[in-house]
Design a protein around this ligand. Structure first.
Ligand code: FES
Length: 151
């Protein structure tokens, strides 16, 4: 939103980035966008529900979105994605057949200083390794805490 200077005409772009970042557009996210961009909530919800490429529900019970922008990629984001793909036998952008985990890849999420960074069930994690992410995802799927705090 900051990058587009909160311009209401950039609403669709902002919704795209939000969905890339969190995997879907929750009600809370839509409220924040409406408030921050001074766009009526009815318009934000209207746009989000009109276009089929926006999802208002999580694509899996848990969601891991890895930033694969340049800074994150250089610091190992590709390896993180590969490890998750192998561990759960899915490709980035897919959800496990049992619906428990969605793995996504996004372009720069705007926190390059945390590279490589990702969101795990919406929580931002930074300076991760493939092993640390896999450990956290496994913990999450076994009913543990949804990731550690940012390091
Ligand atoms: S490249 Fe990953 S946050 Fe910018």
């Amino acid at each position: 939103m900051k990058r587009v200077q909160y311009r209401p005409d950039a609403l669709i772009e902002v919704l795209h980035v939000a969905q890339e970042s969190y995997g879907f557009l929750s009600e809370e996210i839509l409220h924040v966008i409406a408030r921050s961009m001074s766009v009526p909530e009815s318009q934000v919800f209207g746009v989000a529900t009109f276009y089929h490429f926006f999802s208002l529900r999580p694509k899996g019970e848990h969601s891991c979105i890895v930033c694969t922008g340049t800074a994150c990629y250089v610091k190992g984001a590709g390896e993180i994605v590969t490890v998750l793909e192998k561990a759960y036998d899915i490709k980035a952008g897919e959800t496990t057949p049992d619906g428990r985990l969605h793995v996504g890849a996004a372009r720069c999420l705007g926190s390059c200083s945390l590279a490589p960074m990702l969101t795990l069930d919406g929580k931002v994690l930074g300076n991760e390794t493939a092993d640390s992410v896999l450990e956290q995802v496994r913990g999450l799927l076994s009913g543990g805490e949804s990731g550690r705090e940012m390091r």
